[in-house]
Design a protein around this ligand. Structure first.
Ligand code: GLV
Ligand code: MG
Length: 349
């Protein structure tokens, strides 16, 4: 086991000191774009103006023939732009692919100071993060990068889920985890053919009517991702990092997308991926706490005073634990409102 005192020493001579905390930055939507597509690349600045995070995707969904163009396109976009409050992330190819080494080497060497977070797909255990950690330190030292590049892992294999706590705590670089439901479904041998969301076959059914065995019985579709999201959230929060729902592939089904995002929000995620501009607005709406909840939470905090004891407000019992929940809500609202005048007005800060 590594000496805890060494955890915050750079992994290479000359690399920046590891971060002691991952500061909260709004990341309600991680918007994916393909940097090999010149039309999408041209739109990057206008999309960034509407997003918390813009991510240049080099992995799945980019054709093998376009992998190098995507990497070069991303580097060019990073060189040419300063997206201000919008963070710039990239998803590199997987650790076993023929592109990973050049993706990371060239990006850190050429635009290491411009990239906030590198997303690593198909992470299976802490050993994957340790490898990336040391490699990044070597490249940061060689390139004179001034602040540590953070790492975000996609949880998208059965082994990765089995090791989720160790992955989340594997390095001070760990910024967060995203659920990757498409690859995870394949890895787990789930019998689905979708990118996230529910499935009509995964349901519960009410008991038969004892007086009429043939009477129709109501069913309710269940959430295929509940267990994994909940586990991921616990692993993230226990390690001081952030949890995200990943992709929702049915772009036209904005209603179900919103439901999926909201389930993740309610369970503790701070954001989700957007694969199409229509999903940017959905994520923004869902991952900004609802105005009525924020106003209610402010009222509870005010009436609870120092936060101890119990009071009744509108017939509902409040105590230390509801006070803490309200603080979570107000704290998030305040951080988002710092950069958003509309939210500031709506939340009445
Ligand atoms: C995302 O990468 C997924 O596999 O769902
Ligand atoms: Mg995937």
């Amino acid at each position: 086991m590594r000496n805890p005192k060494d955890f915050f020493k750079p992994m290479a001579i000359g690399a920046p000191e590891p971060a002691r905390e991952i500061p909260f930055r709004p990341s309600r939507m991680i918007h994916f774009f393909d940097p090999s597509n010149p039309k999408m690349a041209a739109k990057a600045p206008s999309i960034a103006a509407k997003c918390d995070v813009l991510l240049g995707n080099l992995e799945d969904a980019v054709q093998a023939d376009n992998k190098i163009a995507a990497r070069e396109g991303f580097i060019q976009i990073a060189k040419d732009n300063d997206f201000g409050d919008c963070q710039l992330w990239t998803r590199v190819n997987s650790l076993d692919s023929p592109w990973f080494l050049d993706d990371v080497t060239q990006i850190v060497e050429q635009v290491g100071d411009k990239v906030d977070v590198i997303m690593i797909p198909k992470v299976e255990g802490p050993w994957d993060i340790h490898f990336v950690d040391r490699l990044l330190a070597q490249l940061e030292a060689r390139g004179g990068v001034k602040r540590p590049i953070l790492v975000h892992a996609i949880l998208e294999t059965a082994l990765g889920v089995a090791n989720v706590e160790e992955i989340a705590g594997a390095s001070p670089r760990m910024q967060g985890l995203s659920l990757g439901p498409a690859d995870l479904a394949a890895s787990r041998r789930m019998k689905t053919t979708r990118v996230g969301g529910g499935h009509p076959g995964y349901l519960v059914r009410e008991d038969p009517n004892p007086d009429d065995a043939d009477a129709p019985r109501a069913t309710a579709q269940q959430d295929l991702w509940h267990y994994t999201i909940a586990r991921m959230v616990d692993a993230c929060v226990a390690n001081g990092i952030f949890a995200y729902y990943g992709p929702f592939g049915d772009i036209r089904d904005t209603v179900a997308c919103e439901d999926q995002f909201r389930n993740a929000f309610l369970l503790g995620c701070v954001g989700a991926w957007s694969l199409h501009p229509v999903q940017i607005d959905i994520a923004k709406k869902v991952f900004s706490p609802p105005v009525d909840e924020v106003l209610w939470a402010k009222r509870v905090i005010e009436e609870m005073g120092d936060g101890t004891g119990a009071v009744m407000i509108d017939g509902k019992m409040q105590d230390d634990a509801t006070y803490k929940q309200c603080q979570v809500m107000v704290d998030l609202a305040r951080k988002l409102a710092e950069k958003d005048a509309d939210l500031r007005a709506a939340y009445q800060f």
